[in-house]
Design a protein around this ligand. Structure first.
Ligand code: ADP
Length: 394
């Protein structure tokens, strides 16, 4: 349920009460009309406006005077729970009038939607617009009926939410482009630097070979990045075909442990498999689920200095639970959601340990394509546990 906060500024107690009554109690059962209204107003795809309208609920906050209203807006911005719409009465003797109130509110919160409410048509739209610094506003004539009020509150709240979501999207796009260019620049710089050295310095064949190996390693990283990216795009667009078969999850885990055993051994870490039962057949795509195991276990090895990584497979009702636990650095609670985003890496380890920040995104997408999710439990300094569940095949 999306809670939208609405501010009402009016000096008449009875009117403030009616706003409360209409907007706080209103039962949203006429959603078809409102969806049509939203589409007409904003030309957004059907699903988008419908989804916002379905999850709607208003919290109405009232103020009797302009200054009080401005104070509430200031507080709401500071507390990061801003109002979506302010309904402001034009005439509020003896205090500040509605237009001055609107102007000051907009200064505190430029995103807010403004509705000027008045019983008198004594100001033109143009002069109101000029008085509030050109900010967009709506006009509501008193007396208004409840449908009119609800429609305006709904429509403007919807516009406010859509603008906020667009801003988040733009910010994510900006971060994404900056991360992507960093991921490309780093290996390219190494490759160019090594090429320069090879071209300008005389050296023995063995040193030359070591430099060529550096180029190869970085080129492989770039290829891995491009492939990871393609996989995520296909998973997000549902164009990656995952051929489901019945396979033994225990065998898949053992294969991955064999593959990664050397890496764990080199770091003096244990890598073990605790089996709940001998064979655990699940229905799924073995290749992509093997990739999930690799990504989770490789992370366990990378982010652990002492101790090791344990993979557990056990039956839980008619499901198999697969978990990968490590005794590593752990993940602060505040980061546990973000680590599944594309390119996101916990800043304090991003410098020390190389990675693209795509492994968990791919793992989550694959597990979701199997109708499940990855859960994470972690305590900084003690370790982490990633787990997911798949249905046992009959
Ligand atoms: P990468 O490991 O390449 O950075 P991932 O998408 O696999 O990318 O992981 C994202 C981030 O989540 C990592 O950068 C790291 O900060 C954190 N993380 C993932 N797994 C672990 C783990 N087992 N222990 C501690 N941190 C982890």
């Amino acid at each position: 349920m999306k809670l939208s906060r609405i501010l009402v500024i009016d000096d008449e107690p009875e009117i403030r009460k009616s706003y409360h009554k209409i907007l706080s109690n209103y039962d949203h059962d006429d959603s078809d009309d409102l969806e049509d209204l939203a589409r007409d107003l904003f030309e957004e795809p059907e699903d988008f406006s419908a989804s916002l309208l379905e999850e709607h609920h208003f919290e109405v906050v009232t103020a009797a005077q302009g200054l009080e209203g401005v104070g509430l807006v200031k507080q709401s911005v500071a507390r990061k729970s801003p109002f979506s719409v302010a309904f402001i009465d034009m005439r509020m003797p003896p205090g500040m009038d509605g237009l001055e109130t609107a102007k000051q509110i907009i200064e505190k919160d430029p995103n807010i939607e403004i509705v000027i409410v008045t019983a008198y048509a004594d100001r033109s739209r143009k002069s109101i617009s000029e008085a509030i610094g050109g900010h967009r506003f709506f006009y509501l004539k008193k007396p208004f009926d409840s449908d009119e009020l609800i429609q305006l509150a709904e429509g403007l709240t919807l516009r406010w939410h859509m603008t906020r979501e667009r801003e988040v999207f733009e910010e994510e796009k900006r971060i994404f482009i900056s991360n992507m260019s960093h991921e490309l620049r780093q290996p390219l710089q190494v490759i160019l630097g090594v090429c320069e050295t090879l071209r300008t310095c005389e050296m023995e064949a063995s040193r030359r070979e070591a430099f060529l190996l550096d180029i190869e390693t970085e080129a492989r990283r770039l290829r891995q990045l491009a492939e990871g990216f393609r996989t995520i795009q296909q998973l997000e667009e549902d164009t990656l075909i995952l051929p489901f078969t019945n396979f033994d999850m225990n065998k898949a885990v053992d294969n991955v442990i064999r593959l990664l055993g050397k890496e764990a051994f080199q770091k003096k870490l244990y890598l073990e498999h605790e089996k709940g039962s001998d064979s655990l057949h699940v229905a799924g795509d073995e290749n992509s689920l093997t990739q999930v195991l690799i990504n989770l276990i490789v992370n366990g090895i990378h982010y652990t200095k002492e101790g090791g990584v344990t993979v557990q497979t056990q039956v839980d009702g008619d499901h198999v639970e697969v978990s990968v636990s490590d005794t590593g650095v752990g993940i602060p609670e505040s980061e546990q959601e973000a680590i599944f985003k594309k390119f996101y890496r916990v800043p304090q380890y991003a410098i020390k340990i190389r990675g693209h920040g795509l492994g968990l995104t791919i793992a989550m997408e694959v597990v979701q394509a199997h109708g499940s999710v990855i859960e994470v439990e972690s305590t900084p300094g003690e370790g982490s546990r990633f787990s997911f569940r798949l249905p046992l095949s009959k």
